[in-house]
Design a protein around this ligand. Structure first.
Ligand code: SF4
Length: 460
């Protein structure tokens, strides 16, 4: 069981935040996807025959226009024919799995992008029908079927279609309501539009409505962010993801369109984070970990309180499955044996699916130590604690011996009061919750094998 959330205002300080703000993975997987390489003769999908529950992810990479901050794998186009052809490839790719996946309930389905709602209603139906022919899709409240939507282009009628097709969670990309900020990232969307969609989604029966917000965007200030949060709180989404904008124009071409002079300084970003965290928690949102908040009545908040949170490529979830099949360009899948990832580029993905039925290009086969550290990192990120006895049993060695180097790396976090331990348990403290990815990183064997950390985004 976690410590009570919001029992005390987390004592964050600018000095503490800046000390832990360096580059750090987000641990949606362990090992992290940037470690993946050739699989050789490995076939981690073979383990799909022995699962009891399944997650599905479908990547729809198309968008109508370019948001300058975007680091996603997307294709900006107005030629709908590209999406139609892509759908054919998706249907072909899912058929490859027909005789490989046990017929088990799909407890979780997520459509991400790009903009999944780029697909028109007929094609969305074809996609879901295609999935239902191969996988055991369920209806009802004990499954988590979610879709990311762009409020600028989502039609009210489409919401009804999505609900009919079984989606019960909706995630809206808001980023910021301030017109100046919206202009500088080329993403104009009024808060009234978002309000209308939020109301309609609730009427349609979507259970958890989530907003994505970003701080550190060009032109943003503490004041402007406060005004965005004022409006967000009026609309009261069930969940909020508050991401930090990492300006990496050398890696993401779109970001070169942003005027670097408008990017807030690290000090300003820290002030924004402090202000936002304080505003959201005072308004009653519970902090789940990393950058996620939820209203106390939301099931994700309840799961966090009861120690039932899990983590996957989409972030926190309450319905973890034994395996994930990811479909589409760049999608990642996993099983008990490892990970496999599809080709990124649309053309290469389509060609590979045509030739081989799948588009796998790289992955990772898990060894015993990987599985152990995967579990350790999951415990820290989701339950904010680590049972040393269980860790020792899994390691087959005393905890302090097996993890001696990791514990040494954690010493500054103990010294700063971000972690505590006794002989049975290592715990993330109330204020340590903001730095949980730093704690997880101490257990990442590959991160500490004398390689550069320049590939990761900064915590701030
Ligand atoms: S932020 Fe979303 S809508 Fe904008 S370009 Fe990226 S994927 Fe497309």
């Amino acid at each position: 069981m976690r410590q009570a959330q919001n029992a005390a205002e987390p004592a964050l300080s600018e000095e503490l935040l800046s000390r832990y703000a360096g580059p750090c993975p987000r641990y949606t997987s362990y090992p992290t996807a940037d470690r993946f390489g050739p699989l050789g003769d490995g076939e981690p999908w073979r383990a799909l025959a022995d699962i009891r529950s399944l997650s599905l992810y479908v990547h729809i990479p198309f968008c109508h226009s370019l948001c300058y901050f975007c680091a996603c794998n997307k294709v900006i186009t107005r030629q709908y024919g590209l999406a139609s052809s892509y759908l054919e490839q998706l249907l072909r790719e899912m058929r490859w799995y027909r005789d490989k996946v046990a017929r088990v309930p799909v407890t979780q389905l997520h459509l991400g992008g790009g903009t999944p709602t780029y697909l028109n209603d007929d094609d969305m139906r074809r996609l879901i029908d295609g999935l239902a022919q191969i996988f055991d899709l369920r209806t009802g409240e004990d499954v988590e079927y979610s879709i990311e939507a762009d409020p600028r282009t989502l039609e009210l009628d489409t919401l009804a279609t999505l609900r009919q097709l079984g989606f019960n969670r909706l995630s809206l990309g808001i980023q910021d309501f301030n017109p100046v900020v919206q202009q500088s990232i080329n993403r104009i969307c009024s808060s009234d539009q978002v309000a209308q969609l939020t109301d309609a989604a609730r009427e349609q029966g979507f259970r958890s409505i989530s907003y994505d917000l970003i701080y550190g965007l060009p032109g943003q200030s503490v004041d402007s962010l406060q005004r965005t949060l004022d409006r967000v709180l009026e609309l009261a989404p069930d969940r909020i993801a508050l991401y930090h904008y990492a300006h990496l124009p050398h890696r993401f071409k779109a970001q070169r369109l942003i005027d670097s002079n408008l990017i807030p300084t690290p000090t300003e970003k820290i002030a924004m984070q402090l202000a936002a965290v304080s505003r959201l928690t005072q308004a009653g949102y519970e902090f789940l970990g990393m950058d996620h908040f939820a209203l106390p009545g939301d099931e994700l908040a309840a799961a966090a309180r009861e120690g039932r949170l899990a983590r996957n490529f989409q972030g926190y979830t309450l319905m973890p499955a034994d395996a994930l099949v990811g479909l589409g360009a760049s999608a990642i899948s996993y099983s008990a044996d490892g990970y496999w990832q599809n080709l990124h580029r649309l053309k290469e993905y389509a060609q590979a699916v045509t030739d081989r039925g799948i588009a796998t290009c790289r992955g990772w086969l898990l060894d015993g130590d990987d599985r152990l550290r995967q579990w350790v990192i999951g415990e820290l990120m989701c339950r904010l604690q680590l049972d040393k006895k269980e860790a020792a049993e899994r390691a087959g060695a005393p905890f302090e011996t097996y993890f001696a180097a990791d514990l040494a790396r954690l010493q500054p976090m103990f010294d700063d009061g971000l972690l505590q331990q006794d002989e049975n348990c290592l715990r993330v403290t109330n204020r340590g919750r903001w730095f949980v990815r730093n704690a997880a990183a101490a257990f990442d064997r590959y991160l500490h094998s004398a390689e550069t950390d320049a590939r990761y985004s900064r915590v701030l």
